[in-house]
Design a protein around this ligand. Structure first.
Ligand code: GDP
Length: 293
């Protein structure tokens, strides 16, 4: 996992308080179909998930609906929002729009509940806390649709890009693809999570953020299969590829473990706080100030 000296205690204290209270967490997965989104989410949560309705840790697939929600009960109330059909059409000019509309609709609902005279003391937080954006492992550059979609979505929510199915690339190809994507994202001024708040973050937290930024976009391999180890590989969740067997928990082959620790441990609360303090606040200010006019 990604770490810096002195951060462990800070995170532990923060998470202990937080988990005791209970919380909602909503992840949206965006990317063309077939990029391994369902597989990845099942890999990420297979150890924790229990589907409330079906009692099994499997995400149902649907190609006909634009946006699908799946709720799971774990220590947190987790909702995964799937976006089947993204980028599958001939004309994808506006295909990010339903996603942004969905995100804004959650803010709108939250604002209505929060502003009601007899608002409940505790109410469900249905806002999207994290958007995992899946990039195809082409090895070339970002597609125009990726740039425009990430740019628009990141104006409203925390976006973390991922190179999907990275077993299609050799480690050299993966590294140069990563560097090219980083450059393209910087050039297009895409505002990616995590954000630094120097007045609020400790030196350790800022150091951790910068370490995380060095990984972005995370190159991952998803697998729901257990593979046997051979040679240097340990047995575990893995995938047979043309380069041999990949154990997805082996950090030299796949950045699954650092990504999981980033989302589920070190930045879980920060994802929720940033949604509330930055994205929702921007929405709220925008809506309320335009109502004044
Ligand atoms: P989705 O449409 O984005 O949800 O994609 P799925 O999770 O259904 O995966 C589509 C296909 O790709 C399935 O056959 C998966 O087994 C396969 N797949 C998923 N993840 C990976 C990966 O990391 N590498 C490779 N090579 N195949 C993968």
């Amino acid at each position: 996992p990604i770490s810096v000296p002195g951060i462990g205690k800070i995170i532990e204290q923060r998470n202990n308080k937080f988990i005791k209270r209970g919380f909602d967490f909503k992840i949206m997965v965006v990317g063309a179909s077939g990029l391994g989104k369902t597989t990845f989410m099942n890999t990420l949560f297979s150890y924790h998930l229990k589907d409330v309705d079906h009692q099994k840790p499997v995400l149902e697939k649907g190609k006909t609906v634009e946006i699908k929600e799946h709720s799971f009960e774990i220590k947190m109330r987790l909702t995964i929002v799937d976006t089947p059909g993204f980028g599958d059409r001939v004309n994808n000019d506006q295909c990010w729009e339903p996603i942004v509309n969905y995100i804004k609709k959650q803010y709108e609902d939250y604002l209505i509940t929060e502003s009601s005279v007899d608002r409940p003391f505790h109410f469900a937080d249905k806002r999207v806390h994290l958007v995992l954006y899946f990039i195809a492992p082409t090895g070339h550059s970002l597609k125009p649709i990726d740039i425009i979609a990430m740019k628009n979505i990141s104006e409203h929510a925390n976006v973390v890009p991922i190179i999907a199915k990275s077993d299609h690339l050799t480690s050299e190809e993966r590294e140069s693809f990563k560097q090219r994507i980083k450059k393209e994202m910087a050039f297009n001024e895409i505002k990616l999570y995590p954000f630094d708040f120097p007045n609020e973050n400790s030196v350790e937290e800022l150091a951790l953020n910068s370490k995380i930024r060095s990984f972005i976009p995370f190159a991952v391999v998803g697998s729901e299969r257990f593979v046997l180890g051979n040679g240097n590989n340990k047995a575990g969740h893995g995938r047979k590829t043309r380069f041999g067997i990949i154990n997805i928990e082996d950090e030299t082959h796949c950045e699954f473990v650092p990504l999981k620790s980033f989302i589920m441990e070190t930045h879980l609360q920060d994802l929720i706080d940033t949604t509330s303090k930055l994205h929702y606040e921007n929405y709220r200010r925008h809506v309320l100030s335009s109502e004044d006019v």
